[in-house]
Design a protein around this ligand. Structure first.
Ligand SMILES: NC(=O)c1ccc[n+]([C@@H]2O[C@H](COP(=O)([O-])OP(=O)(O)OC[C@H]3O[C@@H](n4cnc5c(N)ncnc54)[C@H](O)[C@@H]3O)[C@@H](O)[C@H]2O)c1
Length: 336
């Protein structure tokens, strides 16, 4: 009898392990975030009426954030450099939601023009009276080998992705500490957790953001109603490759391959909004096989690096062959 119970328990444990393994294989986010998506608050109920400032709202993840937040009933400040593109995004938000014209402020902003940030933040705060959520999303990536990359490119990446983000944050944070509430959500990257070839400067700028916001979060423990959240997406469909820095400032990317194999922007943004609605402090959002590597880096870094080196070599080979470094992972390189 005991033997039967033991066998049954073993079978049950094996089944549980199998279910976990299968869940893990299909997971596209870390477990905290998936749990929040399963049993947590819905963004539609938590974000309705909140004032959300999105930087980099003219394309990709930022544009999709605008659309999904509008559907949730959030009031929006949309920022990026190109006002005409922001007006296009605003029009689409109004068409696809119940928001009124006055619920969306188009506020052009260059993250590199730090002297303008105080004025921009004042304008946003005055318009709605307050800001509930700042989403630091604007930024650019990199496609170039370190050996060939001008140091000016590294400076530009840090100026934009790191200092631009820190500058806007520093304009909004005092407003939030005064109110005792608010959320600052920063779009980092999985390369802010580990590295990636062809992205030495980009990865460094995202590591810098991780270090900054992880330290700030702990510094703000006296403000339990202020959320500091970092989002670490893997590859997501957007304009990021075409907009990347290369080895020289102002030199465009040579090959922008098909981005369809990447996570749909809508899925990434939905998970981000679930994370914000549920106060998730760090979100890993990536399809497999990328996600599993980030777990491996946490538990067995030396093993993880050996796998990364294999993939990294292929990425560099593809790049040198003139192929899009991302999509070439998923297809056999034929010709350059
Ligand atoms: N798409 C991905 O695979 C991916 C993965 C990880 C992290 N990210 C991060 O997501 C964020 C959004 O990128 P995306 O993928 O939507 O790319 P994208 O190129 O489609 O969008 C980037 C946005 O940033 C804005 N921007 C660029 N320079 C700016 C400046 N000087 N001032 C103000 N705005 C500026 C652009 O105008 C655009 O609105 C970035 O921070 C990026 O690093 C993207």
């Amino acid at each position: 009898m005991d033997c039967c119970i033991a066998s049954a328990l073993c079978c049950f444990a094996a089944l549980c392990l199998l279910v976990h393994f299968v869940c893990f294989l299909v997971a596209d986010a870390d477990f905290t975030l998936l749990w929040a998506a399963l049993v947590g608050h819905r963004p539609e109920s938590k974000l309705k009426g909140l004032v959300v400032w999105v930087t980099g709202a003219s394309s990709g993840i930022g544009e999709e954030l605008a659309y999904q937040l509008a559907k949730c009933g959030s009031r929006l400040v949309l920022s990026a450099r190109r006002e005409d593109e922001l007006n296009r995004v605003k029009r689409h938000c109004l068409e696809s939601s119940n928001l009124k014209d006055g619920d969306i402020l188009v506020l052009s902003l260059d993250l590199l023009e730090r002297t303008s940030h105080e004025e921009k933040a004042k304008t946003a705060i005055q318009y709605f009276g307050h800001i509930d959520v700042l989403i630091n999303n604007g930024g650019r990536s990199q496609r170039s080998l370190c050996l060939e990359t001008n140091v000016d490119v590294y400076q530009a990446l840090m100026e934009l992705n790191f200092l631009g983000t820190v500058s806007i944050t520093k304009q909004v944070l005092p407003h939030m500490t005064q109110r005792g509430t608010g959320s600052i959500v920063t779009v980092s990257s999985v390369v802010g957790l580990a590295g990636a070839p062809l992205a030495t400067g980009y990865s460094a700028s995202k590591h810098a953001l991780q270090g900054f916001f992880n330290s700030l979060r702990t510094e703000l423990t006296d403000y339990p109603r202020i959320l500091i959240s970092t989002v670490c997406p893997g590859p997501v469909q957007s304009q990021i490759v075409g907009n990347s820095f290369t080895e020289e400032l102002n030199k465009p990317v040579a090959t922008v391959g098909n981005q369809e194999h990447k996570m749909p922007t809508s899925r990434c943004v939905r998970l981000m909004l679930v994370g914000i609605a549920n106060g998730v402090k760090e979100m890993w959002i990536a399809q497999q096989p990328f996600l599993v590597f980030y777990y491996a880096w946490q538990y067995a870094p030396t093993f993880a690096w050996s796998v990364t080196n294999m993939l990294g070599r292929k990425r560099v080979q593809n790049f040198k062959a003139g192929l899009d470094a991302d999509s070439a992972y998923f297809s056999k390189p034929k010709t350059s």
